[in-house]
Design a protein around this ligand. Structure first.
Ligand SMILES: C[C@H](O)[C@H](O)[C@H]1CNC2=NC(N)=NC(=O)C2=N1
Length: 97
């Protein structure tokens, strides 16, 4: 099972993911994506969902019109692991493409 990241490696990883922040109320990382319109937002979710399913690692997320709010945490580990960083990086690539 994936292990929770140490505070040091988590801090280093977050510095490479500048748009992501620690969740306020739990052990997780969060980001709000804003797209041009609903089609772009939902297209992002569709592509990210396919990656997540392939990884067997799933986001908590919600969509309002052209925004998608994402929370990543590894439930089995009770906190942030490499899997969350990997999915966050994949989401950055998808949102940029
Ligand atoms: C049984 C299944 O493999 C697990 O429940 C997987 C599925 N997706 C998951 N996603 C996330 N974010 N955390 C998990 O611990 C997790 N576990």
């Amino acid at each position: 099972m994936a292990q929770k990241l140490s505070p040091e490696s988590r801090k280093a990883a977050l510095s490479r993911l500048p748009n992501w922040a620690d969740a306020k109320d739990r052990d997780a990382i969060v980001r709000k994506f804003t797209f041009g319109d609903f089609n772009e937002a939902f297209g992002f979710m569709t592509r990210a969902a396919l990656v997540a399913e392939k990884m067997n690692h799933h986001p908590e997320w919600s969509n309002v019109y052209r925004t998608v709010e994402v929370t990543l945490s590894t439930h089995d580990a009770g906190g942030v692991t490499e899997l969350d960083l990997e999915l966050a990086e994949a989401m950055e690539m998808i949102a940029d493409s």
